[in-house]
Design a protein around this ligand. Sequence first.
Ligand code: G1P
Length: 297
Amino acid sequence: MKQRVTKAIFPVAGLGTRFLPATKSIPKEILCLVDKPLIQYAIDEAREAGIEEFIFVTSRGKGALEDYFDGAPQLEQSLKAKGKDDLLDVLMKSTMDSGEIAYVRQREALGLGHAVWCARRLIADEPFAVILTDDVIEAEQPVLKQMVEAHEQTGGNMVAAMEVAPSKASAYGLLDIKEDMGSLVSVKGMVEKPKPEDAPSNLAVIGRYILTPQILKNLETQERGAGGEIQLTDAIAKEITTSDNVYGFRFQGTRYDCGSKAGFLQATVAFGLARGDLCDEFRDFLIETLECRRAAQ
Ligand code: G1P
């Protein structure tokens, strides 16, 4: 019988320098789309996919993340006393049960592969998920859930995948496709941030993975790759030569690159417009602003 995927690793050790000065005192993962931190979108998605244990790979200065998931007794009491049940519900959804969440530290910023490897002692002989909080995906069915279902058929290693503009492909891990089966592709190669002339395709890895524990073993001896960092892509690529069990999964949904300012703003607009309580006012404001700008040009 296939093992269920019940653990997810969230690499959240990055410095978030692209969002300075905000990230001088706030972890990037706590920046909000409307009123919900990026990390909460990732946790909600993981929970809906059946994840029960949440492993955070953190670093110095990320204490606010730990506090975020803690109980907030004073706030709870005050909301209860005032009968603000809606807000109490929102608050409780961001509170993790004791033991549900674990933190490990990445001592040095040696790359995504290294960050994932830091969680190795918390993963047994079982498949596990990795979620990159920068990639926020709006989808009817949460993307990790789509992947867990596809993974039940394939087993092995699976990465979320999406066609990106060829001009931007070099910013991603890219897949060399062996067989294209539609939403599923089998993969014969994977390269992290290649030069444009070396790109095997424009089918890019997006930040959702379901991996075998062998990847953690590969990372043990993984040499530095693109950008001088230990790359997760390289450790997965190693599996293609030895086990031939790597798949790309073209998900249903819209992905926002919230690691970039433009992507973050796009997501803010999309999530603002999707909110029933805000959309009318927000849409009118956007239309008016655009019209004013056009008239002034
Ligand atoms: C990471 C991965 C890369 C992937 C990307 C998706 O890169 O290393 O393979 O395509 O996430 O967002 P980063 O954006 O952290 O440089």
